[in-house]
Structure formats: C-alpha cells, structure tokens
Write a protein that binds this ligand. Structure first.
Ligand SMILES: C[S@@+](CC[C@H](N)C(=O)[O-])C[C@H]1O[C@@H](n2cnc3c(N)ncnc32)[C@H](O)[C@@H]1O
Length: 351
C-alpha cells in the first residue's frame, strides 16, 4: 500500500488548489536567485546564458508579439526576463504571495512595462483579443482546470496570436512507477506532514498536507529529521525526501502512531499529460499549428558550458543577449524527450 493509499483510506480530506497548498507557501520558487527574475543576468555564469537561451526560444515562438501575457508567473518567469525585450508584459498568478513577489521583483529590476495581477488562469480579468502572445512555464498543468486556462488563453489572444508554453514532462521525470516524497516539521505548535505522490499510470501527482497536534511522538519525529540538501519551500521546512511506505519516521508506521492527533487534512490532485495528449488538449481549445518540442535548455547547457570551459564567456560577454537569444531560435530543432519539460507552440487562427 502506498502512503497516499493509506492517507486516502484513513483521513477526511478537504480539497485545495496547488496555488493554495504549494505555491502560496513558498518563500521563493527557486533554489537560488534566478537571472532576470530575482537579480540581473550575469555573463560570468554559464547557466545565465542557458536561461537567456530559453527566453530566446519564447521570443522566437512569439513572433512579432508586443503585448504578452504570462500565465502562472510565479516569481516572474518567464514574464520578467521577457519584459526586457517586449513593450508590455502582463503576468498573472492565482497565489497572491507569488503575484506580490513577481511585482516586487519587477520593481527591483526597474521593469516599468510589467503589470502583475492575482488572478486564476481559468478566469482572466482581461477583454477578448487584447494580447498578441501568451506564455506560461510549467503552470498550465498546475491549474485546477487546464482546459479552462487554455480556453481563456485563446479568448484573450488576438487572431494570429501565439501561445508558447513549457509543460512538465512527468513521464520523463519519474524513475519508478510510483514515487513518494515527504517531510514533517513543526509550525506554531502544530506538526505539519506533507506528502507528494507521483505516478506513471495514471500520469498524475497529488500533494497532501496533514496537520497534527504536536504530541510527544509527533514532536520527536519532526525533531529527528535534519534538513535535506535540496530545495526547501520555506525557511523552516526541512525539505521533501524520497520515502517508502515502511519508513519509520515519514511512512505509514509514523502515520499510524500520529493519526489520533490529526487536526486536519487537505490535498490537491493534478492530471499530467504526455506531449501528444497536451497537443490534443491545446487543439481542443481551438488552437492550430500546435507543435511540441524538447527543452532548449538541454543543448544550451552543453553549448554554454563548453564555451565556459574554453574560457570564452568573458570574451563574448558583451554579446550575451545576441548569442543566447539566437541560440533560442533553434528551438524547433530540439526533439521532445529526455528532459523534465517540453515546449509547446500554438497559434490562434486568423478570422
Ligand atoms: C511550477 S510553478 C511555475 C512558476 C513560474 N512560471 C516558473 O516557471 O518559475 C506554477 C505556478 O502556477 C501558479 N498557478 C497554479 N494554479 C494556477 C491558476 N489556476 N491560475 C494561475 N496561476 C496558477 C502557481 O501559483 C505557481 O506560481
């Protein structure tokens, strides 16, 4: 039995959204400051060139777009780096904390052509046809209703406008048919237990947040866990780690002991789609010329790390924008597969 199956059989769960349960909680949405989002890009860092190449791919896919909407911007990716090259960027996120941070990041970077709204992608507060490009990075699949988000993207685009979006390729990411990660920590005298469950068949993820009275057993278990050297959503959290159902601290044995102290349980659940299924979904919203490509970051990483090894980045620093953006234009040559995201480009038909 998976830990998820145990939770589902034993806990009365309230449904929530990914924005409420995961993204609203995060202090930052990245393990380290992102170029063009939290800080200016630095030509001395090879990965800043890789990120710039990804922005180049978005720009190339958007064609001549001038007014662009970023759905699920998080801390401001890709909206804020794109705003360095576009006259107008509007960004939305349904998690108020993310929208506030994206707005602060834009202000800190001196981007006056960016507007950020707290709004769900499924109900955009914009009139029909007001944008000539819509972008999104691994956010449409995090929406409670991705179909509605795509219908809204279609509605707010002008005829001929482009959608350019990355999607998480969960199938490529999973190393096993089922993967579970958990964490446990104390927050204001409450033990918070989090489980992320991902599976290949069906291709889905779910996240659970169980809150326990901080009994001696809960407290002892939480205090036994050191931080893991990985991304932590908030400063007090130890970070998610891979667990098996029989794990004595984070598995079913712990939950059996703690269930008497359970205060509440919430969860969200998201279907993930393969590139082929995502193409069908986007076509279902009315888009045409829908194509999926691989992640430009993969060849960009090999190329710019090679330039860095050869000591060429300082020589080329003055041309960073031109080179990285030109690299991004190669996105149609990157086949889908082997990386954790794919890139999808589509057009709203004329007339
Ligand atoms: C994986 S994060 C990606 C954030 C950012 N685009 C990036 O690449 O760093 C997904 C984002 O989508 C937002 N989100 C989730 N559901 C949403 C919805 N229904 N409407 C708008 N944004 C949503 C989350 O709050 C989160 O910031």
């Amino acid at each position: 039995m998976s830990i998820e199956a145990w939770i589902r059989s034993r806990v009365a769960l309230e449904p929530a959204s990914s924005a409420e349960l995961r993204y609203q909680r995060m202090a930052w949405q990245a393990a380290e400051p992102l170029p063009g989002v939290h800080r200016p890009a630095d030509p001395a860092r090879p990965f800043d060139w890789v990120d710039a190449a990804q922005i180049g791919a978005f720009l190339a896919a958007l064609g001549e777009a001038k007014r662009v909407l970023d759905l699920g911007t998080g801390d401001g990716w890709p909206g804020l780096p794109l705003a360095q090259y576009l006259p107008r960027v509007v960004a939305v996120d349904s998690a108020p904390r993310r929208a506030t941070l994206a707005q602060e990041n834009a202000r800190r970077l001196g981007l006056r052509n960016v507007e950020v709204h707290t709004a769900p992608a499924e109900h955009l507060p914009f009139p029909d046809g007001g944008f000539d490009g819509v972008v999104s990075a691994t956010a449409i699949e995090q929406c409670g209703d991705p179909r509605a988000a795509l219908r809204e993207a279609y509605r707010v685009l002008r005829p001929g406008g482009r959608l350019a979006a990355t999607f998480e390729d969960l199938r490529a990411e999973l190393g096993a048919p089922v993967e579970e990660e958990a964490e446990l920590y104390l927050e204001d005298e409450v033990g918070v237990y989090r489980l992320v469950h991902r599976s290949l068949s069906p291709l889905r993820e779910a996240e659970y947040e169980l809150r326990f009275r901080a009994s001696t057993a809960v407290r002892r278990a939480a205090e036994a866990l050191g931080p893991v050297p990985t991304f932590c959503a908030a400063p007090d959290e130890p970070g998610l780690r891979r667990v098996t159902p029989d794990d004595p601290v984070l598995g079913i044995p712990f939950l059996e002991t703690a269930v008497g102290d359970l205060l509440s349980g919430r969860y969200f659940e998201l279907a993930h789609r393969t590139p082929e299924e995502t193409i069908a979904l986007v076509e279902g919203a009315g888009f045409v010329d829908v194509q999926a490509f691989g992640n430009i970051a993969r060849p960009a990483k090999a190329f710019f790390l090679a330039l860095a090894d050869a000591g060429l980045l300082p020589v080329l620093a003055a041309h960073m924008d031109g080179i990285a953006l030109a690299f991004g234009r190669l996105y149609p040559h990157v086949p889908v597969g082997g990386t954790s995201v794919f890139f999808l480009v589509a057009t709203k038909p004329q007339g």
